[in-house]
Design a protein around this ligand. Structure first.
Ligand code: ADP
Ligand code: TRP
Length: 325
């Protein structure tokens, strides 16, 4: 069975972009591949420095994974920082990675352009991601389009390592990127992202969710007049609606006498309906922290066993003596 692995940074509350771009693929494929899904808490240290927020966001992502339907009996669900072999491999790989490769990172360059003064962690972020993936002999990595370059870097690093130390030490992973879901737009029409303040959060309170949906940017065409049917609302509606429902909304826009407010209410209803079960399940899980801890404990045990075996092979290949095992 092929192994699928992915992680999400606990840098904020999860949103529709994270769900459609990544988590939905984890869940849809959970019985087809062996899944390993983690919280990339070490990665989020490159941006977050608030311990309370980090703790809460990490725990929340686990609740979200479980509430959305990831089955811990099937997939390994864990925290990156519970498996120290990730950071061991990170160090090993960083010695094979040219600084220039890291400086070409889109995400690194974007942050510099925003005036962030880069840390070593931010520069070498993709090397830790490569370690996350390569330590488990991962076949497939379901992610949104913004992670494509990181996957290419992972492959470059693995190829370099294999050439230097032995052909088959690392498997070359392939991304799973679903084109139609690769970039979910936010309330302003740009890519939905925790860092742009344009998110719709599927687990927000009904009131907050409504507020987010009402803030979707539209033009000021008066109610009676026909409107462009390809707007920010229909783009989001299309993620949930059947073809028929979508056509109907678009027709209403074309005909006129249909306001953006109407459409936003329909979008709110369909989102609440789509996530009804998950929202209820999440409330139940919130009352059961012992179960959540148990999932994390078992997940860490399973992941560590695999990672430990792999790091022994890697250390041997590069000439580290080691007597720990
Ligand atoms: P954010 O940009 O909100 O910080 P992350 O970088 O934590 O999101 O992304 C977690 C996962 O969700 C990644 O696989 C990423 O590609 C995916 N993702 C994030 N935003 C979107 C989006 N707007 N559309 C599609 N996928 C997305
Ligand atoms: N960089 C990813 C993101 O921001 C998170 C991540 C860390 C990841 N390690 C990974 C994703 C390994 C896939 C595989 O979304």
């Amino acid at each position: 069975m092929k192994r699928s692995l992915s992680g999400i940074q606990p840098s904020g509350i999860l949103h529709l972009g994270n769900y459609f771009g990544a988590i939905k693929q984890f869940i849809d494929n959970q019985y087809q591949y062996e899944g390993m899904y983690f919280v990339a808490d070490y990665h989020s240290l490159t941006s977050s420095t608030d311990p309370d927020a980090l703790r809460k966001n990490s725990y929340d992502i686990i609740l979200d994974y479980l509430a959305l339907g990831l089955n811990p009996e099937n997939s390994t669900i864990f925290l990156q920082s519970d498996v120290p072999e990730h950071t061991e491999l990170y160090w090993i790989l960083s010695n094979l990675t040219p600084v220039a490769l890291m400086e070409r990172g889109h995400s690194f360059k974007d942050k510099i352009d925003k005036g962030i003064s880069p840390s070593m962690g931010l520069l070498s972020y993709p090397i830790l991601m490569a370690a996350d993936i390569l330590i488990y002999d991962t076949d497939l990595v379901p992610v949104g389009k913004d992670q494509k370059q990181h996957l290419e870097m992972t492959r470059d690093i693995a190829i370099k390592f294999n050439e230097k130390y032995g052909e088959n030490i690392f498997k070359l992973p392939e991304p799973i990127i679903i084109e139609s879901l690769a970039v979910v737009p936010g309330t302003d029409g740009l890519k939905m992202s925790k860092s742009y303040g344009n998110t719709i959060n599927m687990f927000a309170s009904k009131k907050e969710l409504k507020k987010q949906i009402m803030s979707i940017v539209t033009d000021s065409t008066p109610l009676e007049e026909p409107k462009n049917p390809d707007n920010n609302i229909t783009q989001l509606y299309s993620l949930f609606a059947t073809q028929e429902q979508l056509e109907k909304m678009k027709d209403n826009f074309i005909k006129g006498n249909y306001g953006y407010g109407h459409a936003k209410n329909e979008l709110l209803e369909i989102i609440l309906e789509y996530f009804k079960e998950a929202r209820e399940k999440r409330e139940e899980l919130e009352k059961n922290p012992d179960y959540v801890k148990e999932v994390l404990y078992k997940g860490a045990e399973k992941a560590r066993l695999l990672a430990k075996n792999k790091i022994i092979k890697i250390k041997k290949a590069i000439g580290l003596l080691g007597n720990r095992y």
